[in-house]
Design a protein around this ligand. Sequence first.
Ligand SMILES: [Zn+2]
Ligand SMILES: [Zn+2]
Length: 409
Amino acid sequence: MSLIALAVPFFLFALLVEFLVDRMRGTGYYRSNDAINSLSAGILSESTGYFTKFLQYTIWGLVLSKLALFDIERSWFDASVGGVLLWILAAVLWDFCYYWNHRLGHEISILWAAHAVHHQSEDYNLSTALRQTSTSFLFSWIFYVPLFLIGFPADVLITVAAVNLIYQFWVHTQQIRRLGVLDRIFVTPSNHRVHHAQNERYIDKNYGGIFVLWDRLFGTFIEESDDEPVIFGVRKPLGNWNPFWANFQVYDYLLFDATRTRRWRDKIGIWFRRTGWRPADVAAEYPKQAVDLTRFRKYDPDISTARRRYVLAQFMVVIATALFIANAFATQGAGVVLVPCLLLWTNLYTLGLLNEDRPYAARFELIRLFVVLPLGMYALDPDLITIIPAGAAVIAIYILVSALWLAKK
Ligand SMILES: [Zn+2]
Ligand SMILES: [Zn+2]
């Protein structure tokens, strides 16, 4: 099992603690709809990854086995000075590559289209950390190819990659304010809050993963200022709770301009230009409104307490399903998790609709409960016994209780 999978229970526990601290202090940093949307994006990222991540592993493996410059024969259990130095070097170089992956992830349109998902949350808490994209498999891996080309052992690189990602979890909080000198060396809550800002002065700053030293070296560092509180989110707000659309939003903007511009150079070039660049003809024909943050309001449709509780309870089922699928993937591979993933994704979609308070949301949820779920479970195993003890009875009770609860307005 991967380090990241092992860290999941810790993530969930820390999230619960931060939520309780938020309630005790009355800081209001958590809204259930935003947190559910962030976690939904995280679950979608993880579950689509079962079918997409093989791409990067295959290419990295090929580079390492066919093109590596050095044959470094060190591994996990090497505690010699050379072994420890290798681990440190790998961790630092991975962080360096991460800096450029992240920086270009903001600065180049097609890379921003993938990374923007992480920034759409208009709150900032530990759930934001888990808000991850589902399309980084397309290009992100490219930035780490040099390390495989050097010949660092795969298990060392995969481990430092996981440590790098896990490290970044704790910095997504507003409960920790400043940490003095640490804010100028490491990525910390204060300097990463700045990274999630849409305020003009903070934009495109603090890209580091573990070390913020890279930002200071390459001129992208800025400190959080008490004079200007961070406004979290992106300048073209998502404006819905659909985790699928969250992943397509920026591709859609780019596609809109690419299909309307007349010059072929621009149709192709737009994807690789600086983020925000638009062809002159479409910019003139379809002008964008200037951003005015003084009028910024968080997206926050109001729904009834009964509905909110329903969505929360169903989201617990989503988390349990996602953990069940993660375990099945780890032990049996991607083939067996396709149908469970389809069921999981349907659930993420309908919960988004319910949180958006769409008039047709309850109907979609009923279709999920009475049509999609039974069909999916039947496709998995007609007896259901191998999936859930007591099989069909448990599913039937779940469907009926859900439907009755949903009827409460
Ligand atoms: Zn970013
Ligand atoms: Zn972040």
